[in-house]
Design a binder for this molecule. Structure first.
Ligand SMILES: C[S@@+](CC[C@H](N)C(=O)[O-])C[C@H]1O[C@@H](n2cnc3c(N)ncnc32)[C@H](O)[C@@H]1O
Length: 313
C-alpha cells in the first residue's frame, strides 16, 4: 500500500480543530508531537497536548483524493505553518517508524530491538525484548523510556511485584518480566496501549506474568508492589501521588519519568514520604532535559498513604 502524508505545524489552540478535520478527511493515522522538543507522544484519550506549538503528521491510504485533502487543509480556518505533502511507499513507512525504533542495549544485559532487527553476536547472552511501536508510545527510543530501562536493567527484580503505570507499548512491563519480576501489572487508560502491551508481552513470551488493565481501580486488588515505574507527564505524576504511594510496599521503590528538569522539584514534593536519590538527567536532540527520579518508601513506614485510605500494606 502507498500513503499520502501531510505535515504541518499548528498552535495548540488549533490542534483539536486540525485533528477533527483530518479525521473527517479519513486520515488513518494522526500523530502530534511537540514542535519544540518533539517527544513521540500520542495525546491521552480525551485530552489535548499541552505544547504551545504542535507538529501534526497525518497519513491517508491511497487511493485517496489527495488534491482535495490538500485543498481542504489549506483552506481551513487554521493558522498552519510549514505545510508539506508527500507520498510514502510501504517500505518508506516502515523506515519512517524505524527512526523511532532502533536497537538499544541497557546495562550490558537487556536489548530492546524492533522485531526484524539483526543484533550483534554479543547480544546472544543477553535478554532481548522485541517490539514494534504500533500506535502506542514506547519503542524504547525516547529518553524518558530509556532512563527507566537503564535503571531496570541495572537492578535485580527476581520475584518482585511490579506496577508499570502508563504502560504504552508495555516496554517497561515486559522488560521487568524478562528481568525476573514474578508479577507485573501494566496500567493504561488508552485501550490501544493495552492491546499493544498484551500482544507485545505474548510475543516476548511473558504473557503469563504481565497483566494489562485499563482501570486503576483494579490496583487495589494487586497492590502493594515492590516497585512502581511510571513514565507519564509531570502533572499526572503529581495528581497520582497518593495512589502510587499507597500502592507501594514499605521499603519499595518508585521510579518516575516523563518530567523535565524544571519540574523535578514539584514532582518530588508531591511524594513527601519518599526519600529520593539524586535525579538522573538525559537530554533529547532538541535540548530538553528529561529527568528520572527514584524514591524509596522507608521500610518502617506502615502508613497506607497521606490520607491513610489506601490498601493495607
Ligand atoms: C509517555 S507514555 C510511556 C509509555 C511506556 N511506559 C514507556 O516508558 O515508553 C505514557 C503512557 O501513559 C498513559 N497515561 C497517561 N496518563 C495516564 C493515567 N492517568 N492513567 C493511565 N494511563 C495514563 C498514556 O496513555 C501513555 O500510554
Amino acid at each position: 500500500m502507498s500513503w499520502f502524508r501531510l505535515r504541518f505545524q499548528v498552535s495548540q489552540s488549533h490542534s483539536d480543530a486540525a485533528e477533527a478535520l483530518l479525521e473527517t478527511l479519513d486520515a488513518v493515522s494522526i500523530t502530534l508531537t511537540d514542535a519544540a522538543s518533539a517527544p513521540i507522544l500520542e495525546p491521552d484519550p480525551g485530552t489535548t497536548p499541552v505544547w504551545e506549538q504542535c507538529r501534526v503528521e497525518a497519513l491517508f491510504a491511497l487511493p485517496a483524493d489527495f488534491e482535495y485533502i490538500h485543498r481542504q487543509i489549506r483552506g481551513a480556518d487554521l493558522v498552519l505553518q510549514d505545510l508539506q505533502a508527500d507520498f510514502l511507499e510501504d517500505s518508506d513507512w516502515v523506515n519512517h517508524w524505524r527512526q523511532y525504533a532502533v536497537e538499544f542495549c541497557f546495562a550490558d544485559r537487556l536489548w530492546i530491538a524492533p522485531k526484524d532487527a539483526k543484533l550483534p553476536d554479543t547480544a546472544a547472552a543477553s535478554l532481548v525484548l522485541r517490539l514494534d511501536p504500533g500506535m502506542a508510545f514506547g519503542s524504547g527510543s525516547h529518553p524518558t523510556t530509556r532512563l527507566c530501562l537503564e535503571w531496570l536493567a541495572g537492578e535485580s527484580l527476581q520475584g518482585q511485584r511490579v506496577l508499570d503505570f502508563g504502560c504504552g507499548s508495555g516496554v517497561l512491563a515486559i522488560a521487568a518480566a524478562l528481568l525476573g519480576a514474578a508479577r507485573v501489572v501494566a496500567v493504561d487508560h488508552d485501550p490501544q496501549a493495552l492491546l499493544a502491551t498484551r500482544e507485545n508481552a505474548a510475543y516476548n513470551g511473558v504473557a503469563q506474568s504481565v497483566l494489562a488493565v485499563g482501570s486503576a481501580g483494579l490496583l487495589q486488588d494487586e497492590a502493594p508492589f515492590d516497585l512502581i515505574v511510571a513514565n507519564i507527564l509531570a502533572a499526572p505524576l503529581i495528581e497520582l501521588a497518593e495512589q502510587l504511594y499507597s500502592s507501594l510496599k514499605p521499603g519499595g521503590r518508585l521510579v518516575l519519568s516523563g518530567l523535565l528538569l524544571e519540574q523535578a522539584q514539584s514532582v518530588a514534593a508531591a511524594y513527601p514520604q519518599l526519600v529520593f536519590a539524586q535525579p538522573q538527567v538525559e537530554a533529547d536532540q532538541q535540548g530538553a532535559n528529561w529527568v528520572r527520579l527514584v524514591g524509596r518508601r522507608p521500610a518502617g513506614d506502615q502508613q497506607t498513604g497521606p490520607d491513610t485510605d489506601g490498601p493495607g500494606t
